[in-house]
Design a binder for this molecule. Structure first.
Ligand code: PLP
Length: 369
């Protein structure tokens, strides 16, 4: 017997969200699959999107290599670019697109001895102050890349720091700074992450780079009704006991019963990626009904309140997050971000559903949407 904890991935919902992202943006979109597709399984996600996606984005070369080895033929952009000459050589052999965000990466292209011509995305820093050329250096970096004779195209890109915050003027300033820095440079443009795509029409250009929204989460914290949750993190109740008033529960005795309390024991914990910081009161569903986590989350177990659910018991289905319990709500309660929660999922097996490309049939199989 294996424990009944798993992470179900609805690939039909992923495809739906990708098409929605591209629709809203109105141009091409790279589906960002870094960090194992935010915990959803990069290869399965890539295959399910392959026939509809304009391309994929990953952070590092090894992530791109794994997709190529898995048979993915779509364009793949390496968002942090290459770290050394041998990475650049592999990028060329695997026909990868590379971000260039610092001078050393231009030197690598200048020094490369392949007859290759690279598809480069030139990253310009417009306020994030993390990676990217300073605006004043953008034209020179562009010219140096052109002069190498080893570049087939240059796409101009930048990244937003605060596009998820409504009413925050920084994004408008970043768009303006980007346009000013690139006014004289030819090439396609790419500005939008998920939040930029959803909230900043003025930032929509040739390519979007949606990540989080593909997985059904609106980075602004609201619920973009068109997005469908992709991941269902689920388990079952495997023991039930009743606490008498005054009895405490779990490590630290953080929960003390003030009345008779039926407690369901669930075989998933922070070692599976459920946040240990989730306090008593964090939303969770049992047999499809809303209830709450109680007590501190353990490594391999957590506890739920069944007092108001007399029919729930051993074997009852538990949704840690998914269609009924938004991962964003769990993140808010645990004082974490949905990005972090999704990426942290581990140990429990990923189960991919609706991998097929047939829309009607695949969607109907899930029953719920
Ligand atoms: C991760 C990443 C994205 C996707 O961001 P989301 O907020 O998940 O949509 C886009 N562009 C770059 C450069 C990234 O690193």
């Amino acid at each position: 017997m294996t424990r009944p904890t798993s992470v179900r991935i609805d690939l039909a919902a992923l495809r739906h969200n990708y098409l929605h992202a591209r629709d809203v943006h109105g141009a091409r979109a790279l589906a960002v699959l870094k960090a194992n597709a935010y915990g959803h399984g990069a290869l399965a996600s890539a295959h399910s999107l392959a026939s509809i996606a304009d391309g994929f984005g990953v952070a590092f070369l090894d992530e791109a290599c794994a997709l190529r080895e898995g048979g993915v033929r779509n364009p793949i952009l390496v968002l942090e670019g290459c770290f050394n000459a041998s990475e650049l050589k592999i990028a060329n052999e695997l026909d990868l697109w590379v971000v260039v965000h610092q001078e050393e990466q231009i030197r690598l292209i200048e020094a490369s001895r392949t007859g290759a011509r690279f598809n480069v995305w030139l990253k310009i820093d417009t306020g994030m102050s993390r990676a990217g050329f300073r605006r004043s250096d953008a034209a020179q970096a562009y010219q140096r890349l052109q002069n190498t004779g080893k570049v087939s195209s240059i796409t101009l890109m930048t990244h937003f720091a605060r596009a998820d915050e409504s009413g925050e003027p920084m994004t408008a300033q970043q768009i303006e700074a980007f346009d000013a820095a690139t006014a004289t440079l030819k090439g396609e443009r790419s500005l939008c992450n998920s939040a930029g795509l959803l909230a900043w029409p003025a930032a929509r250009r040739d390519w979007a780079r949606p990540g989080l929204m593909l997985y059904g989460v609106d980075p602004r914290g609201g619920s973009e009704s068109e997005l469908q949750p992709v991941m269902t993190f689920e388990s079952r109740v495997f023991n039930v006991r009743t606490l008498e008033p005054g009895e405490s529960l779990g490590y630290g005795a953080t929960f003390v019963a003030s009345q008779r309390t039926r407690v369901g024991l669930v075989c998933a914990g922070y070692a599976d990626g459920y946040p240990q910081t989730a306090p008593t009161g964090t939303p969770i569903a049992v047999d499809g009904q809303a209830t709450a986590l109680i007590g501190r989350v353990s490594m391999d177990m957590l506890t739920v309140d069944l007092t108001a659910l007399p029919n729930a018991g051993v074997g009852s289905a538990v949704e840690l997050w998914g269609p009924r319990v938004p991962v964003a709500a769990v993140a808010r309660s645990a004082n974490r971000s949905p990005y972090e929660l999704l990426c942290a999922v581990k140990r429990a097996p990923l189960v991919h559903e609706n991998a097929g490309q047939g829309t009607g049939e695949a969607v109907r199989l899930t029953g719920t949407r």
